[in-house]
Each structure stands twice: as C-alpha cells, then as structure tokens.
Design a protein around this ligand. Sequence first.
Ligand SMILES: Nc1ncnc2c1ncn2[C@@H]1O[C@H](COP(=O)(O)OP(=O)(O)OP(=O)(O)O)[C@@H](O)[C@H]1O
Length: 629
Amino acid sequence: MSEIVPQNGEVFLTWEDLWVTVSSLKDGNRAILKGLTGYARPGELLAIMGPSGCGKSTLLDTIAGRLGSSTRQSGDILINGRKQTLAYGTSAYVTQEDTLMATLTVKEAVYYSAELQLPNSMPKSEKKQIADMTMKEMGLQDAMETRIGGWIGKGISGGQKRRVSICLEILTRPKLLFLDEPTSGLDSAASYYVMKTIASQCQGRTIIASIHQPSTEVFSLFYSLCLLSCGRTVYFGPASAAIEFFALSGFPCPTLQNPSDHFLKTINSDFDQDIEEGPTSRKSTEEVINILIKSYSDSDKYRAVQSQVAEICKQEGEVLEKRSRASFTTQSLVLTKRSFVNMSRDLGYYWMRLAVYIVIAVGLGTIYYDVGFSYTSIQSRGSMLMFVATFITFMAIAGFSSFVEELKVFQREKLNGHYGSGSFVIANTLSALPYLVLVSFIPGAIAYFLTGLQGGFEHFMCFALVLFTCMILVESLMMIVASIVPNFLMGLISGAGIQALMCLSGGFFRLPNDLPRVFWKYPLHYVAFHKYAYQGLFKNEFEGLKIHDENMKGLIKGEDILKYKWEIDIDYSKWVDLAILLGMIILYRLLFLLFVKAGEKVKPAVRAIMSNSPKQINSAETPLHEFSA
Ligand SMILES: Nc1ncnc2c1ncn2[C@@H]1O[C@H](COP(=O)(O)OP(=O)(O)OP(=O)(O)O)[C@@H](O)[C@H]1O
C-alpha cells in the first residue's frame, strides 16, 4: 500500500456511500449511483469500467464536482481527507464530447491553450516546446496544420479530436485528471498509445478514466479498476486481481479471452442472455450481477477499500491550491486574438451577414432612392430609419449559432480553470468590434447615400454609430440569453421574442403617448433600446430639415415633425440617445458576466441544497451492505 500523506500538491480522492438520484414525474426518484465507495491515489491510474449506462460518467462527474443540478447526491467526497471544492482550476476534466474551436488548426488550438494556461513567468519558447511535445505524445504531429473542423466543415477525424481534447488538458500536467472515455473513437493502436501516454504521467498525479472496452494491452496499464453495473460496485481493487475475483465468484475468464470483454459481457444486463456458471449451470445476467455484488461486498477487497478510505480520511491533508496560470491581461489578449481569428474564418459569424446586409442596403436604397423633401418623404424617411434600427439590427442574431459554439468552448475552458469569465467578455467584445464596424458602416453608407438622407459627415456618422451600437446591443442581448437558455433553438426563439416586444414598445408602431401605460410604456418603452435608437436616428434626420408641404405651399420644420408627428422628446440631443445606447452595451455585457458568474456560484449551492441523506434518497434500492446479509 502506498504512502498516504499528500506531498507537493498530490491529491488523494475518496468517496464513501455515494448515492446519486434523478427525479422524474414518470418514475419518481431513480438512483443512478447506489452507495459507491472508493478512492484514487497519486501514481495509480484508476479505470472506471462497466456497460453503457451503468453510471461511469455520473461517477466521474460526481467526484469531479460537476454533477448537474437536476440530480441529487449524498455521501462523502473528500480530497486529501477534507471537504474541498473541486473544478475551476484545481483539476482538469476531459469530457466525453469534444468541444473545440472548429476553425483553428490543431497547432493553433494547442498553442493558444498553452498561452492561456501556462504562467506568464514561463518564456514563450518553453510554452511552445511543451505544446509541441504534448502534441507529439498524443500522436498529432501529422495533423498539426489541419483545421479541427466540425459543424462548419470536415476537419481532423473523430479520434484525432479526442486526442486534441486530451492534449489541451494535460498541457499543465494537472495533479488531478479526470478523463471521460478518452479512447472512444480511437482504433486499438491509438487507444493503446494514448492510454500509455496518460499512464506515463501518473507519477505524482491522480488520474481517473472511465473507459468502455479496453484491449488486453490497455487493460494492463490500469493500476486499479472500478467495475460498475447498474450503478452498483461489482468490483473495486487492483486491476490485476479482477480475473481472480471473477474466477472465485464462479465466472472464470475463458482462456484467450480479453478480460475486460469477459467482465463486461458478464455484467451487461441490457441484453438478458443467460451466463454459463461452470460447465452445466446457466444463470440470468441479473442473478450473475447480484452474485458478483454479494461476492464483492463479502470480500477482503471491499474491506480493504473501506479501511483505505478511512485511513485517507484520517489525514487532514493539503488544501488544493489553484494552478498558477497566465495573467488576466495575457489571457484577455490571447483570447481576443483567438476569437478574432475564429471570427475571420467562420463565414457565419460576420461575412455572411455583411453580404446579406449589403443586399438589403441596396434594396433599401433603391426602394427609397433619392427620397427628396416632399411631404410624403416624411413617412418614407421614418419607415426607412425604423427598418434600419429594427430589422437590420434584429438580424444580428444570425451570428448566434457561431457565438453559441464559442460559448461552449468557453464553458469547458472556464470549468477547467483555464481563464475566467471577465477575460472572455473583454475578448469577445474587442474581437467583434472591427467586424461590427464593417457590417454597420458599409451597408449603412450604401443605404444612407442611396436614400439621400441629410447630407454632411456628422449626420452620416451619427446614423452609422447608432446602427453600430444597436448591433452590439443585440449581440449582447443574445449573449445574456445564451447564458440563461440551455440550447441554441430555445435561445434563438427567446432572443427574437424579446426583441419583438422591445421593438413594439419603441414608439414607432404605436406612438409614445398612445402606448398602454402598463407594461408597454412603463417600463418596456424606457428599457427597450429601440426607443433610443429611433429617437437618435429620427433627431439626426429631422433636426434642421425643411420639408415642402405641397398643399399648404410652405415649409415644415423638422423639429415640428419630430414633436408632433413622431412625438419625440427634442429637449435633449441625439448624442444623449447615443450615449444611453453605449451605456446599455456596458450594462448588457456586465449582466452577461453576472449571469455566468452566478451560474458558477449557484450551481454548487443548488447541488449542496439538493443533497439528501442516503436513506431519504431512495429507500427502494438495496444498499450494498445488505448484499452481504
Ligand atoms: N441528469 C440525468 N437525468 C436523467 N437521467 C440521467 C441523468 N444523468 C444520467 N442519467 C442516467 O443515468 C444512467 C447512467 O448514465 P451515465 O452517463 O453515467 O452512464 P455511462 O456508464 O457513462 O454510459 P456510457 O458509457 O454510455 O456513456 C443512464 O441511464 C442515464 O440515462
């Protein structure tokens, strides 16, 4: 048995009588993990194995402190014998899904990640060296210049993506590493080399990997094995002793059969085949699983696990410290650069929008071409400006899918402690600015000059700046929506709905004094950015304008049109409206930051509240100790 005093940031992880349940209206409370006890120690690779749906990922998520708030958990999870919060920089977790930036090449993704994660004190050349070495260890040297690809187009293979995901998390050689199915999608040779690299990093590190179907060679790399079936422990102990355990329980591994194949076949209850027990007798899988669970709970192995857990728990070991990483400024700069590159390569982010906006701007310009100064031009000018402030800005939601993809990468990296939400918000804002200038100024100029709105540089600048700020506002609004709403389609619908309500209360479709006071006027009219966008654009256009009234044979002053036709408050300048819009951008971005940060704080709190005592959780399930009765 190894030394159990953690040194140099080493991590001993224990879990005792761990229960996880989900509730549904149909089935009530259903236990996914049922009283699991185990431990992971530095220098030992622990593999969690079991048939699909047995609870491997749930166990990994639970001990890594990442369980979703829809589940309830109970039992003790201790790190170095203490209750400590994991995640956010103290451990690394390679998830089952590969959440990567599709537009980057493998090399770029790893280099950026190295710059984001490794401390400022490390020279850039050393960071590159570590990145190159890790890519080589993961067998990615031939794919370095290939784009990762994904939803935007084909890139590297699924197996290579898996290796990139692992590569990004082992760059800093974390003391505690969780890997959910690191070999899925890999062929047997790649699986072996990847697992060998992971196993070779075990020195002083605690590594826990869930794995589906390891080959004999891969299986031989595991130090400990946790075998689950239907959320219960079938075996926990040295991987090398599992064959003997199965044999002693009456299910010996046939000669020349891969032991892991034998284990999984024996405990897979999804396809209820009878299992041979000795030469004559056959048993149902359910019976076999119960025999194995009882055999394990009666065994010395189980007692050894319990005493090892108790011994580790007695040590009030080191408190986990966050890894030292790049400074906030470096992270913000690197993220800005990465986000800028991503935006430039992702056609859907801005380029498609620019093309569509130009077409719409030409359309607007031809419909309202040389609008003139006749009485009817009042309505034409108003409609044209309303279209710009509402529909052109509304279409900024077109970049939502690209943003959601970027957000997924951010959420993975943030959870693994690569950087914080502040750097992401700054980077996203800065990197988008040049593109937003393009998509607002070019189509804006086409529509403005073809229509023949008020001449002069100042007038055009005000028009384009209002359009520009509204686009940022719509993007900011969609960021807030994305941080609250769980999926892309729901986000798109919610964002569109919010904007439709705001635009209705903006003061064009119903004049400000005619708006119903409850909700529409107070507060929506004042909260909606459309009010300030309409007012800014209308003031910019009508102030100082003289319209020929053909019937009255006279001139109408623009200020009167603003006051009496559009019911616009002309006591303050159009620049104040623009300033309010700019203030709203800051407010919206801060709100996004707040929601993301609240998510970080609220989720663990919700988990803690939702945790119940084991008996309350599911009295219908059989606790492990009852198998030994
Ligand atoms: N949040 C949840 N709500 C409802 N059911 C859940 C939830 N999380 C997990 N489950 C269920 O718990 C069981 C275990 O899921 P888990 O993902 O841990 O299995 P797994 O062993 O990792 O499977 P696989 O190898 O196929 O990935 C499954 O039946 C799954 O449907």
